[in-house]
Design a protein around this ligand. Structure first.
Ligand code: FMN
Length: 477
């Protein structure tokens, strides 16, 4: 019996052909807020090997995130001594991508491994959204690395060198995270500072429990108390409660390209609209009274809202700030979960005059609160034009036919019933060719070169329910 178990384990967790099946992750015991407070960038590493169990933990954590548009448009490459591997989350394995030692790709070559993150353009059309997803993944890599005694740093500077591993043409490298044991040991000491909001506290939930639970809900009501508001804002963009004696400063809860920190966090609830000041962890009142009616979609207005703006006097537009916003979202989601609250990240929002400020560009709204209804209802989606089983010529419906035949340009129209629409995706023969986030919904059908094509419309809501409608067509011109 023992022999059989041993052989099964060997088969499950060892390499088989092109795959390395990863051992179960080692999940560190650390309280969430301690993990957030220990997030630092490490750039110098010792030669010590990282065990496969720890590599497994890092990769396990990369899946414990929620992208902004419900899709996964990020590929993960692990660059090790023996070769470059692609991480396959589905069976938690590494698939060989290229043999040979490519650890010279990117910066900080003393790292034992490097994790490369690429934007897969076939799975998502928006570079900012993929950077956002990388920001969330990056946080989890920081947290797990640090709690395992490893260190890492987000780097964008030489991420283009990932092209040398021979990336497919539909992938663009954005980030490399070198990982290794830090050359200098960590040296954190608890060091409170003066704040107006209640000082950030260690909660009851572990990092791993918060990562595993992740309470995402669309329909929330706010009414958070001062402690909850304080914890959420601190996690989003505050300063660590530890002083880092090895680097001689106090880190923020998220990294920032060139330590720019160009984002401004605002908070809105029933009593007003406030600016979060990270340095002394306080709120400054900007507008008295409830301004959440300025926010579209209207279903979001019952939650307490956290706004992320880019301060254009500090930095110009770049996907790097969406990376930072993704890191903020990940921290906030974990902290909300730890407080037994829920959250959601809203990308397809609009805000009225009152909340538009010169020099501040809104990037993201996050809703936080307690859930009030569970949303199991799927969207209802229907292609209403062209009608199936007709011949169309230059936009005119001519006559019924066995096949739907289209001559000339035609714009498909889609009807939708959904209160909290996340995304509509247009696919032709399985390939994503377009997407929309708000109604009215329409899509220019491409021609099918005299053969039948399959047009599909997928609609996703904020609770991750989805539905689709599809039709076959032949388009001649
Ligand atoms: C999008 C992004 C790109 C970054 N690129 C680099 C880089 O190319 N090289 C580097 O050494 N650090 C890079 N950093 C790390 C920042 O320099 C670091 O987060 C900042 O100095 C704050 O230090 P801390 O993370 O230790 O708190 C990047 C961070 C972000 C978020």
């Amino acid at each position: 019996m023992k022999k059989i178990i041993f052989l099964t384990i060997l088969l499950l967790f060892s390499s088989s052909g092109d795959y390395i099946f990863l051992p179960p992750p080692y999940l560190p015991e650390i309280v969430l807020e301690d993990a957030i407070s220990r997030r630092v960038s490490i750039r110098e590493f010792s030669e010590k090997e990282i065990s496969m169990e720890n590599i497994s933990s890092l990769l396990w954590a990369t899946s414990k995130i929620s992208s902004i548009d419900g899709r996964d448009a990020v590929n993960i490459y692990v660059i090790m001594k023996e070769g470059v591997y692609k991480y396959i989350p589905l069976n938690h394995s590494l698939k060989i991508f290229r043999k040979g030692d490519f650890r010279w790709v990117g910066d900080y070559d003393s790292a034992y491994i490097k994790i490369g993150l690429t934007w897969n353009k076939s799975r998502g059309k928006n570079e900012n959204f993929s950077a956002f997803q990388m920001g969330s993944i990056g946080q989890n890599i920081y947290f797990i690395s640090n709690s395992l005694g490893l260190g890492t740093v987000t780097t964008a500077g030489k991420a283009y060198e990932l092209y040398y591993i021979g990336l497919p043409i539909d992938e663009k490298p954005l980030i490399i995270m070198p990982v290794g044991y830090p050359l200098k040991p960590y040296n954190f000491s608890y060091s409170p500072y003066n704040t107006s909001l209640p000082f950030p506290e260690r909660g009851r939930k572990s990092l791993v429990d918060a990562m595993t639970e992740e309470n995402i809900e669309a329909f929330l009501y706010g009414g958070l108390n001062e402690r909850e508001i304080s914890q959420l804002l601190w996690a989003s963009y505050g300063y660590s409660y530890f002083f880092d004696a090895s680097q001689g400063w106090r880190h923020r809860t998220v990294p920032s390209s060139h330590a720019t920190y160009p984002l401004e966090i605002f908070f809105a609830n029933s009593s007003g609209f406030f600016h979060y000041m990270p340095a002394n962890h306080s709120l400054e009142t900007i507008i008295e009274g409830d301004v959440r009616s300025e926010v579209e979609p209207s279903w979001a207005r019952n939650a307490d809202l956290i706004f992320v703006y880019l301060n254009e006097s500090k930095a110009g537009s770049s996907w790097a700030w969406f990376y930072e916003a993704g890191a903020i979202w990940q921290n906030l989601l974990l902290e909300a979960t730890s407080l037994n609250l829920s959250a959601n990240a809203i990308h397809n929002f609009m805000i009225g005059e009152k909340l538009n400020f010169e020099g501040l560009k809104p990037l993201l709204i996050i809703g936080a609160g307690k859930k009030y209804v569970e949303d199991f209802e799927k969207p209802v989606v229907k292609i209403i034009y062209p009608e199936k089983g007709f011949i169309y010529a230059f936009g005119k419906k001519l006559m019924p036919s066995k096949n739907t035949v289209i001559i000339g340009k035609i714009e498909a129209k889609i009807e939708l019933e959904e209160d909290a629409l996340l995304l509509v995706e247009y696919r032709i023969d399985g390939k994503i060719l377009g997407e929309q986030y708000i109604e009215p919904l329409s899509f220019n059908l491409p021609h099918s070169l005299f053969k039948k094509s399959y047009f599909e419309v997928f609609a996703y809501d904020y609770s991750r329910n989805n539905a689709s409608d599809g039709m076959e067509y032949v388009k001649i011109l």
